[in-house]
Design a protein around this ligand. Structure first.
Ligand code: ATP
Ligand code: MG
Length: 559
């Protein structure tokens, strides 16, 4: 469907103009992750933006690993990234590329620059280069090696490649402008010596191209038309354009920057997540408290909810943080009409219905989703012994407490009216058993004579309920309290993970499999944990609670 120009984001407007002016004939985008960690929600934004634009304009979307820095890269990351991009629904078809596929081409490009006198081999150390570079207010100084002849540079560059030099002994620099107001243009290093094993090219190379040189070449080789990156690369754009122009490509790609996605109270940066993983504060990259894609998936988020979230965030040029509650809003909205509601008791107390015959039971029918009747019904067994949640009973209730207490009549959800008559306690004063009587005429939870009960509480049948483990989460850091302590350690929320081992769910969900999710009455949406669930031990993660005061901001780009 054609959108009006004013509802299009600024990138779409640039693309429209490029197409109209014939700057490009089709649209080709890419997602270029560095395989040095798992992807997070911020990357999801970039993935969905790039893949979405390709789809919108009938173009192509490539997945390309930016593996020019072998020290930090691992195959584990390559595999996880592929899985996550696929899970999000971004389809690179057969266009999976690695920057390292182009190392030969990049080497030739560097040789070309040397021949054009646009690059030279430098003897300066990294420290000296920094010292020569100048500052924002002072121009840089010429590199003493910059006067070398083309022949000499070609020979030295060749020797760099052959391994004649130690790491850091020589670099190749682009010859641009040591006096440029943009420090990135002051003869940037474009190749360095690094005797390192590479996961793809093994030991073929001991020189590696720098990101700012490699990236535009990767884009140009693949025919990328719009190279979308985040704002921190804005000052690198002149260098990007310089490389593309000087190496000489017929269809130069265009770099466009947008603002990174940040979430309040959540660590997004790969560096921070890595620290939490390495310090074993979390259970790996997929710990459900993180916002890595793997963690969101494990916790029970869906690709649809993340797509919706990214859409609502919109695309902008200025950095800001989005409220985590918006992500929660999106998953609630997505699950609302799709999931079956069951009763689950997270902190059980036993209830005995004294006037219900021992050994008897009956099947009650319950609606799977009150807002979506198409999901049908299931049955739940009612019997003499049940569990209810501890918070649904009080010995001495305050005013306006309508749940179970001695002498009070309540409705057991979808079942019967019951009245609490007595209870027992253990030596610590903890309530152990509640005794009730039920009114057989109130079946289905309907009043037999117009008398009203105010409280409705959920329950599970004790002999049939499935015992499960439930994990409840809170944010791992709190921005208001500060992410760091004074000594540099992370200021962690001690309640970020709460484990409840003794929970019970309706037998209906006893056979749930990894990633199945349900609404637990009053408690929220829960998903079967794919990592710790075994054949005889079901573990549920709370994805999100049910209630929220959150409402979409007026400026959310809801379309
Ligand atoms: P981090 O900052 O978390 O370490 P990165 O930028 O180093 O991430 P890359 O693998 O280099 O991670 O990024 C791949 C792509 O994802 C880049 O185009 C980058 O701009 C984009 N990207 C990274 N973080 C975000 C974010 N928070 N929001 C939007 N896009 C992002
Ligand atoms: Mg990076």
């Amino acid at each position: 469907m054609e959108q009006a120009t004013e509802t299009k984001n600024f990138i779409e407007q640039i693309i429209d103009k490029d197409l109209a002016e014939g700057n490009c004939a089709t649209v080709c985008t890419r997602f270029p992750p560095e395989p040095n960690g798992y992807l997070h929600i911020g990357h999801a934004k970039s993935i969905l933006l790039n893949a979405g634009l390709a789809k919108e304009y009938g173009g192509l979307f490539n997945l390309r690993f930016d593996d020019t820095n072998p020290t930090k890269e691992k195959i584990e990351y390559v595999e996880s990234i592929k899985e996550d991009v696929k899970w999000l629904g971004a389809d690179w078809e057969d266009r999976l590329y690695f920057a390292s596929d182009y190392f030969d081409h990049m080497y030739e490009a560097a040789v070309k620059l040397i021949k054009k006198q646009k690059a030279y081999v430098s003897d300066l150390s990294a420290e000296e280069i920094r010292a020569y570079r100048g500052t924002l207010t002072e121009p840089g100084r010429e590199d003493p090696s910059s006067g070398r002849s083309v022949e000499e540079n070609l020979a030295l560059f060749e020797q760099m490649r052959e391994g004649k030099f130690a790491d850091g002994e020589k670099v190749l620099r682009a010859r641009i402008d040591m006096a440029s107001p943009n420090i990135n243009m002051r003869d940037p290093v474009i190749y360095r010596v690094a005797h390192m094993h590479h996961h793809n090219t093994k030991d073929k190379w001991c020189i590696y191209p720098m990101y700012d040189f490699a990236h535009p070449i990767e884009d140009a080789v693949e025919g990328i038309t719009h190279s979308i990156c985040t704002l921190e690369f804005e000052d690198h754009r002149p260098l990007y354009d310089w490389v593309v122009r000087e190496v000489g490509y017929e269809h130069p790609p265009k770099q466009i920057e947008f603002a990174k996605l940040y979430l309040t109270n959540v660590v997004t940066g790969k560096r921070y997540i890595k620290r939490l993983v390495e310090e074993k504060i979390v259970d790996g990259w997929d710990d459900p408290r993180l916002v890595s894609i793997a963690a969101l998936k494990r916790r029970g988020f869906t690709p649809e909810s993340i797509r919706r979230f990214v859409e609502l965030c919109g695309v902008s040029k200025s950095n800001s943080s989005v409220d985590y509650a918006m992500l929660e809003y999106c998953i609630r909205e997505d699950l609302k009409l799709k999931k079956t509601r069951i009763m689950a008791v997270l902190d059980p107390i036993k209830v005995i219905i004294d006037n219900y015959p021992e050994g008897q039971s009956e099947e009650l029918t319950v609606v799977n989703n009150m807002e979506n009747k198409e999901l049908g019904t299931h049955t739940v067994t009612f019997c003499r012994e049940l569990y209810i949640d501890r918070e649904d009973f009080m010995e001495e209730p305050p005013r306006k407490y309508f749940r179970m207490f001695p002498g009070n009549e309540v409705r057991l959800m979808q079942a019967y009216f019951v009245t609490c008559n007595s209870y027992t306690k253990d030596e610590n004063g903890r309530v152990t058993e509640i005794h009730c009587t039920y009114d057989p005429a109130s079946k289905g939870g309907n009043s037999p004579d117009g008398r009203k009960v105010k409280g409705t509480i959920h329950w599970v049948p004790a002999p049939y309920a499935k015992q499960v483990e439930v994990r409840l989460y809170e944010n791992i850091v709190d921005e208001e309290l500060g992410v760091y302590n004074e000594d540099g350690s992370l200021n962690l929320n001690p309640n970020s993970l709460q484990i409840r081992k003794n929970c019970y769910i309706e037998p209906y969900a006893a056979d749930a499999k990894a990633y199945d999710s349900f609404q637990f009455v009053r408690q929220g949406y829960f998903c079967v944990d794919a990592k710790d669930t075994t054949n005889d031990h079901l573990v549920f993660n709370r994805i999100v609670s049910l209630k929220s005061s959150y409402s979409l901001p007026a400026n959310a780009t809801d379309r």
